[in-house]
Design a protein around this ligand. Structure first.
Ligand code: NYM
Ligand code: MG
Length: 235
């Protein structure tokens, strides 16, 4: 009989785990901790983050975020999306080879930050459109932090979007996303607590998801805005 544990993972696909949230919610530190925890348990894991500033498209995004260039709102939005599309084949391959992929920000940040600009010609529905067909996360952990707790963590950096007004709008839009029907793959984590408590609260649903990934079936694709979690299978 097959033993429960790492050996029984052979032949199992990896899980696509996304970590989302506002700036200063602690996403990157928690992703690194999660990577460490999963590797310590013997799992094969990769950590990637969006924007990936190292690709040619990522360099354009980086220049824009640092205020070194000006781009039309739609144009920069599509570059953020293109930045995910260029990495998507590598994600799919890793997952197919049994590697779990942790992703720091994904399509949810993409839609929400662009829509928060309140450009009358850039609705959240428009913003979601280029995401349709990308690998769909098996689990999305939303790190939630109150504005008061965020303020305690120090000031913003100097990048675009790092202002109180933008962050408030982003928070409200993330909230509307969490209220969409059928979003059961999104798990809200109270990130305003001690680092280790938050890390533990993240690890548990991730391990559960990795264990049950066979019951989800092959990696799926993101569907249209009103049915984000109901995409078709990608294979
Ligand atoms: N951002 C990130 C977007 O506006 N659209 C996207 O698709 C993604 C992935 O980039 N303020 C914004 C959110 C952040 C900024 O990300 C830089 P980070 O994780 O702070 O380096
Ligand atoms: Mg940031």
């Amino acid at each position: 009989m097959e033993q429960e544990g790492f050996d029984s993972e052979k032949g199992r696909r990896g899980a696509l785990i996304v970590v989302e949230g506002l700036d200063r919610a602690g996403k990157s530190s928690q992703c690194e901790q999660l990577l460490h925890n999963l590797q310590t348990l013997g799992h094969q894991v990769r950590y990637i983050r969006f924007p990936d500033r190292n690709t040619p498209i990522g360099k354009l995004i980086d220049g824009y975020l640092r205020g070194q260039s000006h781009l039309d709102d739609h144009s920069i939005h599509l570059l953020f999306s293109a930045n995910r599309w260029e990495v998507a084949p590598a994600i799919q391959e890793l997952i197919a080879n049994g590697v779990t992929v942790i992703v720091d920000r994904y399509s949810y940040s993409g839609a929400v930050y662009s829509a928060a600009k309140r450009n009358p010609n850039l609705s959240i529905q428009w913003a979601w459109q280029p995401e349709v067909g990308l690998p769909r996360p098996d689990l999305c952990l939303f790190l939630s932090i109150s504005p008061i707790e965020a303020a305690k963590r120090g000031g913003f950096g100097l990048e675009r979007y790092e202002t109180d007004t933008m962050q408030k709008r982003v928070r409200d839009l993330f909230q509307s996303l969490l209220e969409l029907p059928h979003n059961d793959e999104i798990c809200v984590i109270d990130a305003g607590r001690q680092f280790n408590e938050v890390a533990q609260d993240i690890l548990e649903p991730v391990l559960e998801c990795m264990k049950n990934v066979d019951s989800i079936g092959p990696l799926r694709r993101l569907g249209p805005w009103s049915f984000i979690p109901s995409g078709e299978s990608s294979t």
